[in-house]
Design a protein around this ligand. Structure first.
Ligand code: PXG
Ligand code: PLP
Length: 442
C-alpha cells in the first residue's frame, strides 16, 4: 500500500516556467484579487504591474465577466466543437470581426496563444495548398520571438533557452534578426528611430529559399515576452511590402499586444499595418477562462470554401475539443463588453503619456541601461551581473513582491503591463515602489 498522501503538499504540482525548487522553498501564494490588486496568503495587498501574465487587461474579478460565466455554466455547459454550434460563439466571432480593420473578419477559435500560433501556421500552409501553391511551406520567424511552446511556435520562435532542450524542431524554418539595439535606441520613448533596414533582410532570406517555397512570415508586432522590443519606425511596413511582393502571408502574433495594451484595440491599429492573420488569446477573456483565436482575412477563408472538398467533409481538418467552448465564449463576450463599457482601450491611450513620464523617471538609477514604453506597456533593462544573467532582475522581482508590487522579469529585463484600469496615483505607486527596489539592488 502506498503511504497516505498529504493533501496540501507543494510537491505534486510541477509548476510551468517556474523555478520550482526556489518557489517551494519560499512560496508566493495569491488568494484573492480585485481590480488592480492581488491579495497574498499573508494578508498583503499586491499591486498588479503585469495584468497577471499580460492577460487581465480589465483588472481582476470584473462583475460582468463573472456573471457571464456563471450564467453560461448553468445554462449550457458544453457543445461539441465539431459539426455543432451554439449561439454565443457565433455572436463572439461577429463581435470580434468588427474590432479588426478591413477584411480581417473570419475567426477560428483555440484555447491559448500557443494553439493560435499552431493554427495560424497550419492555416497558412493549407491555404497555399488549396490554391494550388502547395510548394509554399516554409515559415519565417524572428530571433527573440515568443510564439508559445508547441513545436511549430517554438520553431518559429527565437528564444534559445526555450528551444535548446527539445531536439530537432520543425524543418523549413528561417529567422529574421531581432531589432533590439541599445547602442542606437536606448531610452527611446515610443517607437525606436533606428532599425527599419533590418526588415530588408527578409528579401535575402526569400531569395535564398526562393519565394515559391515560402508560406508565411510571423512576428510579434511588439516582442513582449523577450522583454518589450518595440518595432523600429517603418519596420513593419517594410515587412508588409516584401510579403506582398512575393505572395507570402504575414501573421501578427498579438497575444500580448491585443486588447488595448498599446493604447489602441490592436497593434494592427497602433502601427497601421494590416497582416493576413492575427493570433490572439490572453486579453480575449481577460485571462479568466482559457481562449484564443486566429483572425484571418476573408480571402483566406473563402479560398477553403471555394476548394473542391466534398460538401460533407471539413474544409480544414483542424480544431480543438474546446474550440469556441460556451463558457469561454460567454467570458469573452463579458470581457469585450467590459472593455467597451469602460472605454478601456481609449483609457490606455489617455494614460500612456503619464505612464511614459513615470517610467522614464527611473532613468539614471543604478544598473538601469534602458527604459522603453508604448501604450500601457514598458520595460526597464538592467545591466546583467557578469557570469550570472537574470540574477539581478530576479532579485528585483523578489524584492518588488515583498514590497507589494507584482512585476515580470525576463533575463535582466523588468517588463511592466498593468491592467488598463490603472489610475495616475497607482502609476505613481508602481514606479515609486520600483524606484526603491532598484535603489536597493546590488
Ligand atoms: N504568442 C505570444 C506573442 C505570446 O506572448 C504566446 C504566443 C503563447 O500563449 P499561451 O496562451 O499559450 O501562453 C504568448 C504568451 C512572459 C509570458 O511574461 C509571456 C507569455 C506567456 C506567459 C508568460 O514572458 N506569452
Ligand atoms: N489526445 C487524444 C487521445 C485525444 O482523443 C484528443 C482529442 O480528442 C487530443 C489528444 C486532443 O485534445 P484537444 O482537442 O483538447 O486539443
Amino acid at each position: 500500500m502506498n503511504a497516505p498522501q498529504r493533501t496540501n503538499n507543494l510537491d505534486a504540482y510541477w509548476m510551468p516556467f517556474t523555478a520550482n525548487r526556489q518557489f517551494k522553498s519560499a512560496p508566493r501564494m495569491l488568494v484573492g484579487a480585485e481590480g488592480m490588486y492581488y491579495r497574498s496568503d499573508d494578508g498583503r495587498t499586491i499591486l498588479d504591474g503585469t495584468s497577471g501574465l499580460w492577460c487581465c487587461n480589465a483588472g481582476h474579478n470584473r462583475p460582468k465577466i463573472t456573471a457571464a460565466i456563471q450564467k453560461q455554466a448553468a445554462e449550457l455547459d458544453y457543445v461539441p466543437a465539431f459539426q455543432m454550434g451554439h449561439p454565443k460563439v457565433f455572436e463572439l466571432a461577429s463581435r470580434l470581426a468588427t474590432l479588426f480593420p478591413g477584411d480581417l473578419d473570419r475567426i477560428f477559435f483555440t484555447n491559448s496563444g500557443s494553439e493560435s500560433v499552431e493554427s495560424a501556421l497550419k492555416i497558412a500552409n493549407a491555404y497555399h495548398r488549396v490554391r494550388g501553391e502547395g510548394t509554399r511551406y516554409r515559415w519565417i520567424g524572428r530571433e527573440r520571438a515568443y510564439h508559445g511552446v508547441n513545436y511549430g511556435g517554438m520553431s518559429v520562435g527565437g528564444i534559445g533557452g526555450n528551444r535548446k532542450s527539445f531536439g530537432p524542431l520543425m524543418t523549413g524554418v528561417d529567422h529574421l534578426r531581432h531589432t533590439h539595439d541599445l547602442a542606437r535606441n536606448a531610452f527611446t520613448k515610443g517607437l525606436p528611430e533606428h532599425g527599419a533596414e533590418l526588415a530588408d533582410e527578409l528579401e535575402r532570406i526569400i531569395a535564398l529559399h526562393d519565394p515559391s517555397t515560402i508560406s508565411a512570415v510571423i512576428v510579434e508586432p511588439m516582442a513582449g515576452s523577450t522583454g518589450v522590443l518595440l518595432p523600429p519606425k517603418g519596420y513593419l511596413q517594410k515587412l508588409r511590402a516584401i510579403c506582398d511582393r512575393h505572395g507570402i502571408l504575414l501573421v501578427f502574433d498579438e497575444v500580448i499586444t491585443g486588447f488595448g495594451r498599446l493604447g489602441a484595440p490592436f497593434a494592427v491599429d497602433a502601427f497601421g499595418v494590416i497582416p493576413d492573420m492575427v493570433t490572439i488569446a490572453k486579453g480575449l477573456t481577460n485571462g479568466v477562462i482559457p481562449m484564443g483565436a486566429v483572425v484571418a482575412r476573408r480571402g483566406i477563408y473563402d479560398a477553403f470554401m471555394a476548394a473542391e472538398t466534398p460538401r460533407h467533409l471539413p474544409e480544414l481538418p483542424h480544431g480543438y475539443t474546446y474550440s469556441g467552448n460556451p463558457v469561454a465564449s460567454a467570458a469573452a463576450l463579458g470581457t469585450l463588453e467590459t472593455y467597451d463599457d469602460e472605454g478601456l482601450f481609449e483609457r490606455a491611450a489617455a494614460m500612456a503619456p503619464v505612464w511614459e513620464e513615470a517610467l522614464h523617471g527611473l532613468r539614471g538609477l543604478p544598473h538601469v541601461i534602458d527604459v522603453r514604453n508604448y501604450g500601457l506597456v514598458g520595460a526597464v533593462e538592467l545591466d546583467p551581473i557578469a557570469g550570472a544573467p537574470a540574477q539581478r532582475a530576479f532579485a528585483a522581482y523578489l524584492d518588488a513582491f515583498a514590497s507589494g508590487l507584482l512585476i515580470r522579469t525576463t533575463g535582466d529585463i523588468i517588463a511592466l503591463s498593468p491592467p488598463l484600469i490603472i489610475s495616475e496615483d497607482e502609476i505613481g505607486r508602481l514606479t515609486d515602489t520600483l524606484r526603491a527596489v532598484l535603489q536597493r539592488l546590488t
